[in-house]
Design a protein around this ligand. Structure first.
Ligand SMILES: *Cc1c(COP(=O)(O)O)cnc(C)c1O
Length: 375
């Protein structure tokens, strides 16, 4: 092409812009890339990470194992050791299959790719985890968001009507839900599953912070799968998620999984960490205790409304969330501002539960910001 032969940089830039516009799908060009705000130097309480480090002896042992990895070789394709370690740590009964993803985000993508076809839709209650909608767009599917009720529980009538109207190929229900933190009432959940003809994926990303467990739904319903991740348990950096359920489903999805999607370092590190699951469980138990302390402190703050949480974050509302968010940032504490993300999240912040010291700093910054807010 003559544009490429030309040495004129502005002509090449122009031709490139035209090609981007011509060849990239309009819905992709209209997307905003998933935004990760810079967090350097800040107390990071915006992404539901576990704040606790591993004990030094464990880090040493891990570093030794890593030094012996053959990075010149491809990883184990089936990652059977990782699956066995996950099954044992999470008490997943042997009759269920497990599929691994590079984070559960990749599993959401894989599920969507498997069902994508023109006119087909993905349904989720809203507000929900943003990747459900983004990935529907990635694969060219319609997305149906059904508003939750005023308690952030499923709006059963609206959900059943939407299922009837759209016949979604895929429904995502996060239990507990992100960013609201609550579980849905079991009777409504079951009514939705029974009404759905397509797949229903129960996203248990926050399983470590709740007593609720839906693995028993796998035997009761032909169209249910359970998705989990090690991210919120303390291994977010590894990128490892799992889908649990009948092999009649999973064997099909396996065909779409890219070979070697779980790299050698992740495989080794996850197997090692899961052998020391007691350390992670002690950390998540601390986070649960801190959640209670944080809720109590928030309850004593005038001008703060909060919702009960079964996860490692608390959703709260104040008079001017954007101003409070900025003031907290300026004070060195990063939380998530959800104002504008959904009508029901107006003036809401999502606070990740951190260590006792981090939460103390967060509460001090919040309290100072709320005072500014009033002034
Ligand atoms: C964080 C989160 C995930 C993504 O987890 P990764 O395994 O880190 O990709 C999935 N679902 C929900 C509801 C989440 O909040």
């Amino acid at each position: 092409m003559s544009d490429l032969i030309s040495q004129d940089p502005s002509a090449i830039a122009q031709a490139r812009a035209e090609a981007v516009e011509k060849w990239l799908r309009p819905e992709i060009r209209a997307l905003q890339a998933y935004h990760v705000p810079p967090a350097e130097g800040l107390i990071k309480l915006d992404a539901m990470e576990n704040p606790h480090a591993w004990p030094p002896a464990l880090r040493q042992e891990w570093a030794q194992l890593l030094s012996e990895v053959d990075v010149n070789r491809y990883p184990s394709a089936g990652a059977e050791k990782v699956k066995a370690a996950l099954a044992e740590a999470m008490a997943i009964p042997a009759e269920h299959g497990i599929l691994l993803g590079n984070g559960s985000d990749e599993i959401i993508q894989l599920l969507a790719m498997a069902v994508a076809a023109p006119g087909r839709s993905i349904l989720a209650p809203e507000p929900a985890f943003v990747m459900y909608k983004m990935i529907a767009t990635y694969v060219g599917m319609d997305y149906v968001g059904v508003p939750l009720d005023s308690d952030f529980d499923l709006d059963l009538d609206a959900t059943l009507a939407a299922i009837k109207q759209h016949q979604p190929a895929l429904i995502f229900l996060a239990l507990p839900n992100n960013p609201t933190g609550n579980l849905f009432s079991p009777a409504k959940l079951e009514a939705v599953i029974e009404a759905a003809e397509g797949l229903v994926v129960l996203d248990e990303a926050y399983t470590a912070f709740t007593e609720a467990d839906h693995l028993d739904y796998l035997a009761r319903y032909s169209n249910v799968l359970v998705m989990r991740t090690v991210s919120k348990i303390g291994l977010a950096g590894l990128r490892l998620g799992l889908l649990v359920g009948a092999t009649a489903w999973l064997n099909e999805f396996e065909k779409l999984r890219l070979p070697y999607n779980i790299n050698v370092l992740t495989q080794l590190s996850a197997s090692f960490a899961l052998k020391h699951y007691d350390v992670l469980l002690a950390q998540t138990a601390d986070i649960r205790a801190q959640r209670q302390a944080l809720a109590k402190a928030l309850a004593a703050m005038p001008g703060v409304e909060q919702w009960p949480s079964e996860a490692n974050f608390i959703l709260m509302r104040c008079a001017d969330a954007r101003q409070v968010h900025q003031a907290m940032c300026d004070a060195g504490v990063l939380v998530k501002c959800l104002d504008g993300a959904h009508p029901s999240l107006a003036n809401c912040l999502r606070l990740t539960v951190g260590s006792a010291a981090e939460n103390e700093a967060m509460l001090a910054a919040l309290s100072a910001a709320l005072d500014l807010d009033k002034a």
